[in-house]
Structure formats: C-alpha cells, structure tokens
Design a binder for this molecule. Structure first.
Ligand code: GCU
Length: 427
C-alpha cells in the first residue's frame, strides 16, 4: 500500500468516525439546538382553527390522542382480560397509628392464564373519608418504599442488583426500605393524603423479552406495530387500579393524582392522557417520551430511547429515529391532553439527559389548551430559577438543584399543588 493511499484512508476513517460520533452522541449544548418547529396545538388536521373548549374536546383532543396511540405509545389490543381485586388489611396502626396499611392483590386473567400484581396503600387514619390519593408505580418493589416486614415481596421479575442482595432476578428481603428516601410516606399522610403504589415489574417486566412476559403474555397475539409497548401496559393497569378505587368508600376516586418518576413519569403522563378520571397528573423528570419536546433533540433522542428500550413504545415510533422533523406531534400536545386538569412538570438541574428546558417548554406550549377553559397554564417567558416553583396556574413547574431523582423537595411541591387545586373539587 502506498503511503499516499494509507494517509488518505486514515483521513477518510477519521471523517467517518467523527460523523458517526456526531450522530450518536447526544447534544447537551443549548447553542446547538435548532429553532423549534413544533406542530400546532390548536389547528386540526383538516386545517380548522380550534378556538373553543367544545371544539377541543370534540375534534382536536380525540385527534391528538389517536395520533399518540398509533404513532408512539400503542393502542391497547382488544382483549378480554378479567380483573379482580382482593383487599387485605396489613396494619391499622402504621406510622405510629397515623395510617392504615393495606395490600390489594389484583388478578389479571384470561381463561386459565393469570398475572398477579400487588398495590400497597397507606391511608391516613385521621383524615376525612374518603381520601385523595397519590397513585404511583415504584421501580424496585413495594417492600423497598417503606421498611416494614409485613409488606409482601414481589414474585415477579426484578432487576438484579447486588447492592440490595439481589443476585438474580428475584426480590430480596435485604432490600426492604432501601428506596424510602424517595417516598416520604409520613409527610404525605400528615398532609392528609393517601399513597397507593405498585411495583411496575408486576405488570410488565422492564426488558426486551419479545413480549413473552407480563400482561402481554396473557394475550395470544404479539402486539402489531401500532399496538402497546410496555409503557402503555403500565398506564393501562393504573386505570384498573382506578376502577378498584371506584368500588371502595375509603378513597376519593374523584381526587386521584397520578404521579411517576422518569420512565414511570412518561407512564403517568400517558395514563393521564388516556383516562380523564385522574384529577391531577404529575411528571417527575420524565424526559424523552415524557414531558421533553422531541423536536429539540437535546439529551436523549427518539433514536437513543428506541435503541436502548425497544419495548417501551410501539414499533411505529421507530420511524422517527433521527427523523424528528417528520413528527406530526410533540410532547407539548401530550401535556395539553391533561387540560383542564392540573398538571405538574418537574425537572432537575443536573438531569441534562432529560432536557429540563424541553420539559419546561412543553408546559409552556401546552398553555393555549388551558386558555380555552379560561385557565392559566404555564404563562411565563422563561424557565423559573432553580428551586423557585411556578405553581400559580394549572400547569405547575419547577427545576430543582441536584440530579435525576425523586426527592422530598419534589413531593413538597406536589403536595402544595394538590392542596391548591384539589380542594376545589367536590367532596
Ligand atoms: C434512562 C432512560 C430515560 C428514563 C430513565 C429512567 O435514563 O434513558 O428515558 O427516563 O432511564 O427511567 O430512569
């Protein structure tokens, strides 16, 4: 090989490598974000301008919901999944007598195939009955959110974590209470709210298993390209929990707040869009596929999320990998699907991967949907300063200091936001 040829080849390799690196490494520089080109919120597909809440509810909202179902989260296939819920009181004297702890075992079944999932409930003993509850999935099992020997360990798939004594994919008693820093149960109960939480892996294990496990496995057919991925199964099962709430007299089913962190924040938003029974929706650091605008291509992109987590969205969503400009929808429209219900979006300064600015902007650009109801959304020009929540409208927002996480500070803002908005709902 001639020296000239070798130098030339090395040069071509170098250029090629840089191009690949530029494409695959996420952008975390604001200066590199192109001018936003967002799909219109209040113009229907046929060009009609939406200027009343009636037209929003009859035309645009259903149209957007359909797009998100078909192009991103996936339709729920027609199914005959039967759901039953069996309640058992674990402790009427929890938290020093302040709360009653219950477990509700849900059975999802078709013929002889069944799946079990356990909801853990803390209901305040000294609050007016029925109580408003926060409903949220947890990442690591109900037993990790509070150190109490009587909380059942999940039997379903668990992410191996040797720090918590989990050497295979099953739960370990050594992990009791290890995530309690994310769940200030006493504060929640002291403020008069209940907490209902379920381990998300009970519904669908969070790995690419070819849809062989969890809820998907109950159905004889694998999802087609427009049908549900894991996020949609998690959102679907939350609605089944609300069905159960409607049968009890201890929980105020008109004051259920759906909340989630990160991938479970994406789930909470999708659950809130699908099921208008939630009185309030909260997204904590939900990022790409949640509150963050995809069009900004900042931090995690559609390609990055679909590559690492191919089971989260439906297959149709893959067509937008590196093709964000082809999107006829974006996440501000997902936020708008909550209108007129209060919605709260939270970011963390150190969570660049989730694009805090993009999370803020989706709240800002969802605001016109709230204005159709004469409600204030997130009507501010710029992201508020760190640790200075903006909660004066029906779209709340904060960016706190620190990293990607769910903290007591976040919970305090949610409790304040709930106090502010849910008192107005009938009791
Ligand atoms: C990854 C993923 C995010 C997700 C997060 C989480 O970082 O890329 O999209 O939100 O995990 O769920 O913790």
């Amino acid at each position: 090989m001639s020296t000239k040829y070798l130098i030339c080849s090395l040069f071509i390799c170098f250029i090629g490598y840089n191009q690949i690196a530029a494409q695959s490494s996420p952008n975390t520089k604001e200066s590199k974000v192109s001018i936003l080109e967002l799909p219109a919120l209040l113009i229907a597909k046929d060009g009609q301008k939406i200027d009343s809440k009636e037209d929003w509810e009859k035309i645009r909202r259903p149209e957007l919901l359909k797009i998100f179902k078909e192009e991103m989260f996936g339709n729920v296939p027609s199914n005959d999944i039967k759901v039953t819920a069996e309640e058992k009181i674990v402790n009427t004297n929890a938290l020093g007598g302040k709360a009653t702890m219950k477990e509700v075992v849900f059975t999802f079944s078709i013929n002889s195939h069944e799946l079990k999932a356990t909801l853990l409930l803390f209901l305040p003993n000294n609050s007016p009955n029925p109580t408003s509850v926060f409903l949220s999935y947890n990442f690591d099992g109900n037993h990790t959110i509070f150190p109490d020997e009587s909380i059942s360990l999940p039997n379903s798939w668990m992410r191996k974590n040797t720090n918590y004594g989990m050497t295979d994919d099953t739960a370990s008693p050594l992990s009791r209470g290890v995530k309690s820093f994310r769940w200030p149960v006493l504060n929640i109960v002291n403020r008069g709210y209940g907490l209902a939480t379920m381990y998300y892996g009970d519904i669908d294990p969070d790995f690419d298993d070819g849809f062989e496990n969890g809820i998907h496995a109950l159905l004889s057919q694998k999802p087609n390209k427009s049908e549900w991925g894991s996020l949609a199964t998690w959102a679907w099962a939350l609605s089944k929990v609300v069905d159960y709430f409607e049968t009890t007299n201890t929980i105020d089913h008109e004051k259920v707040i759906v909340m989630g962190h990160s991938r479970l924040g994406k789930t909470a938003l999708w659950a809130g869009a699908l099921d208008e029974r939630y009185a309030m929706v909260i997204s904590n650091d939900s990022g790409c596929g949640g509150a963050a605008l995809s069009n900004r291509k900042f931090g995690e992109t559609i390609k990055a999320i679909n590559t690492r987590f191919p089971h989260w969205f439906n297959d149709n969503f893959n067509q937008y990998n590196d093709q964000e400009e082809k999107l006829s929808f974006d996440q501000h429209q997902l936020i708008a699907l909550m209108a007129p219900r209060p919605v709260y979006i939270a970011s963390a300064k150190g969570d660049r991967w989730a694009d805090p600015e993009g999370e803020f902007l989706s709240g800002k650009y969802a605001t016109p949907a709230y204005e159709l109801y004469d409600l204030k959304g997130l009507d501010i020009a710029e992201q508020p300063p760190v640790n200075q929540p903006e909660n004066s409208g029906h779209i709340g927002y904060h960016i706190r200091s620190g990293k990607h996480d769910l903290t007591v500070y976040d919970w305090e803002q949610y409790l304040d936001f709930a106090d502010k908005h849910l008192d107005g709902i009938k009791n």
